[in-house]
Write a protein that binds this ligand. Structure first.
Ligand code: ATP
Length: 322
């Protein structure tokens, strides 16, 4: 394989730049050219591309976001869109494509490979950590660190003012960021989409605890929780605590940005390196994952069709320690 294409797609995640760097440097070491397409499938469909040499990826390993930029493309969801993309890829003499993105990006990659015979390898780049077959996705650990830092700051205020804070973290379908943040920041409760939320139980717990010693508290709410986001939950709980001041903080996009931490830089470097080697070995329609510290190859079909599950142990832990 002499020439490969590279895109970052879906939501940006800290560590995507480190992954791009690893792909380009590994390809260069193996005498392969890399064509990067800007803005994911959207830029690919506009043939908005750049040739990437090992020198073009200097000084990016520590930067958040993705210098190739990212986007969501409705045209690529159509058969015609993917046909057009395939023609563009082939017109460059590109023999394989590396996609750094989440499950949606991998669905698209899987389809273009099946429909047009283009070998594809995925690197899981999403803060959600919701892909099956990998213990971690690029950006997740940094997002959790960012959320923990924010909750630590909020706790100072909560404790100083006797306030009950509801902090909303990202996670439309996945509660892993909420759960890990809750454990590491010592939250009093964590509400996530994967488990049914029992607000009465939360209220009773807080009442008992507040009667004893507690004078402040922090509840982490994943944005996709069944009771609604943090505002909704806070409103419902506030009715039960008329003498307490409840406050809501939505962390939002601050969780996506920022420098990737050491873990994500190393993970992204390993995955980017592994993706190029996988293409060279003739692998196709696979995601590079990490399991028990080792890089693994996971069929894209598996990665996207099975949901990553929440460990019951972590749920127990958060409850035991709150
Ligand atoms: P994140 O986890 O950060 O949201 P993602 O990769 O899941 O990242 P999506 O917006 O779901 O983000 O997908 C990115 C792009 O992949 C979409 O804009 C679309 O172009 C393509 N895509 C998503 N789903 C499909 C699909 N079912 N068929 C073809 N293409 C798809």
């Amino acid at each position: 394989m002499k020439k490969i294409g590279l895109i970052t797609s879906g939501g940006d995640a800290p560590g995507m730049n480190a992954c791009i760097r690893a792909v380009v440097r590994t390809a260069s070491l193996n005498d392969m050219e890399v064509t990067g397409f800007y803005r994911g499938y959207e830029g690919l469909l506009e043939n908005d591309n750049v040739g990437l040499t090992r020198y073009d990826v200097r000084n990016i390993i520590h930067r958040g976001g993705t210098f190739l930029k990212t986007a969501r493309s409705s045209e690529f969801r159509t058969k015609d869109g993917r046909s057009k993309a395939s023609s563009i890829i082939k017109s460059h003499g590109i023999e394989g494509l590396i996609v750094i993105g989440g499950d949606g990006s991998f669905m698209g990659a899987n389809l273009i490979s099946m429909e047009h015979g283009i070998p594809v390898i995925g690197c899981p780049g999403t803060i959600d950590n919701d892909l099956f077959g990998t213990d971690y996705t690029i950006g997740y650990q940094t997002a959790v660190d960012t959320a923990i830092g924010a909750v630590d700051n909020i706790r100072d205020t909560a404790a100083s003012h006797n306030r009950l804070f509801f902090v909303e973290v990202m996670g439309r379908d996945a509660g892993l960021i909420a759960l890990r943040t809750g454990i590491a920041a010592g939250a009093e409760g964590v509400l996530i989409p994967e488990t049914p939320t029992d607000l009465n139980r939360l209220v009773n717990y807080l009442k008992t605890d507040f009667k004893k010693k507690r004078r402040s508290g922090i509840i982490i709410v994943a944005e996709g929780d069944s009771e609604g986001g943090a505002y909704e939950v806070a409103k419902k709980v506030q009715n039960e605590f008329p003498n307490w001041e409840t406050k809501v903080t939505v962390l939002g996009h601050i969780q996506r940005g920022g420098k990737p931490n050491g873990f994500d830089r190393i993970l992204a470097s390993r995955m980017g390196h592994g993706a190029v080697l996988a293409l060279r070995e003739g692998r196709n329609r696979e995601m590079i994952g990490i399991s028990g510290g080792q890089l693994v190859h996971v069929p894209l079909d598996h990665a996207i069709k099975h949901n990553a599950t929440i460990s019951p142990y972590l749920l127990e832990l958060v409850e035991a320690l709150s």
